[in-house]
Design a protein around this ligand. Structure first.
Ligand code: ATP
Ligand code: MG
Length: 390
């Protein structure tokens, strides 16, 4: 069996965008597997075929496919000529030596000119497996499903399939900038947008040299994990300590967190526009911490005219933690660091910041100069997966 058959999410495929969607998915699969000796990746009537070369192992390729958004499921597959005898002998040859299991055959005709109906093909092929191997047929929840897909000039067969990452292919939904701390929530927020086809530019604010470099290191590690999915990420590291020092000089302690967040949004907006991102993403959750009351979220959001996407807004911490564990960011996020928001921040921040209070506090600050200086001092780091060979 020298191919992998990839099935994509049907729902997203309706209408005029279909060819674009499929083309992007094919390109993404090619890029993800570029270093593995894959012979070909091609779109074939409602599925994608990956032709494994002599050096491309199924395990290595499937590990990559688990990170490709837009894939509903995939399976190792064999090819046969387009007649019952050929497919039966190929299937039997590949099942030989397999331990006996309950099974059923599931046939799909991508090409309706095939002389047998799907149920006929299922019955014929099933009968031959029973006859040769003596395996029991079980229609409801068998241990193995032998899938046969009839296309215009060949038949594919496969034994069981693996669930893919779901979502939409990276790149089809445009670019967004995600305010990414070293915490648990915002990397999950970034992942959610990636899964919907967005390219995410992570923007991390750090207080080095006032605090250690730990949060930057976490941002890099998180970016590395997320880059497995989108393959190329430009991480932005914004020095924020100097701005915080200025805020502390004139802003009453309870209001500082709100002012920090508003500054972050303004800076992130500039960075987003410069990289042609169309929205900002945060890991904010209603009521999770004092700074995330409805009132505060509203006053914070007022600092920017860009849309703010909050994919986690209605989720519980438990759900976010489970997702962070699944995607591999949790272990990095729980490493203790000194987040910039702990710097010069009181224990009891304002939970109901009013717009007039915020405006009064900001009137004493050279906001535009602060934002410009931070944007100019922002560092850029590129991440690629698979790592470039050279
Ligand atoms: P997280 O787990 O994402 O850090 P949190 O529960 O700690 O979230 P807050 O500290 O109130 O919540 O931060 C709210 C949001 O503000 C974060 O989800 C993130 O989008 C953004 N944010 C906070 N700190 C930073 C930072 N240092 N760099 C970039 N974005 C940040
Ligand atoms: Mg945090």
């Amino acid at each position: 069996m020298t191919s992998i058959l990839v099935h994509y999410q049907e729902i997203a495929l309706k209408g005029r965008n279909r060819p674009y969607f499929i083309g992007q998915l094919v390109r993404n699969v090619r890029r993800q597997t570029a270093d593995l000796g894959v012979k070909d990746v091609r779109a074939l009537m409602g599925r994608i075929e990956i032709v494994l070369g002599p050096s491309a192992g199924y395990e290595a390729v499937s590990e990559r496919l688990r990170h490709v958004f837009g894939i509903a499921n995939f399976s190792k597959a064999g090819r046969a000529a387009r007649d019952l005898e050929s497919v039966a002998s190929a299937v039997l040859a590949d099942l030989e030596g397999h331990r006996p299991v309950t099974f059923r055959v599931s046939a799909k005709r991508g090409d309706k000119t095939f002389p047998m109906t799907s149920p006929q093909l299922e019955r014929e092929l099933g009968a031959r497996i029973v006859e040769r191997l003596g395996w029991p047929v079980k229609l409801e929840r068998p241990e193995m499903v032998v899938t046969v897909e009839v296309l215009p000039n060949r038949i594919f067969y496969s034994f069981g399939k693996e669930k893919g990452a779901g979502g939409m292919p990276t790149g089809v939904s445009g670019r967004v900038a995600c305010l990414m701390s070293g915490g648990i929530d915002s990397p999950v927020a970034a992942y959610r947008l990636m899964r919907r086809g967005c390219s995410v530019v992570p923007v991390h604010f750090h207080s080095y040299p006032y605090l250690s470099r730990a949060s930057q290191e976490k941002a890099r590690e998180l970016t590395e994990v997320l880059t497995r999915y989108q393959m190329h990420t430009t991480l932005r590291l914004v020095p924020f300590g100097e701005l915080q020092r200025q805020v502390v000089l004139s802003v009453p302690a309870p209001l500082r967190v709100v002012i920090y967040r508003r500054l972050m949004l303004r800076i992130a907006e500039r960075i987003a526009r410069a990289s042609r991102a169309k929205a900002l993403v945060t890991g904010e959750v209603i009521g999770q911490v004092a700074s995330q009351t409805l009132e505060n979220l509203t006053v914070i959001a007022d600092a920017t005219s860009m849309p703010i996407l909050r994919p986690l807004v209605g989720t519980d911490k438990e759900e976010i933690v489970a997702e962070a564990m699944r995607i591999g960011t949790y272990e990095i996020s729980i490493v203790p660091d000194q987040d910039c928001c702990q710097l010069f921040t009181p224990r009891s921040p304002e939970t109901h910041a009013r717009r007039w209070q915020v405006e009064e506090a900001e009137a004493k600050l050279p906001i535009e100069d602060m934002v410009r200086a931070a944007v100019e001092a922002t560092a850029t780091e590129e991440f690629r997966f698979p790592p470039p060979t050279s």
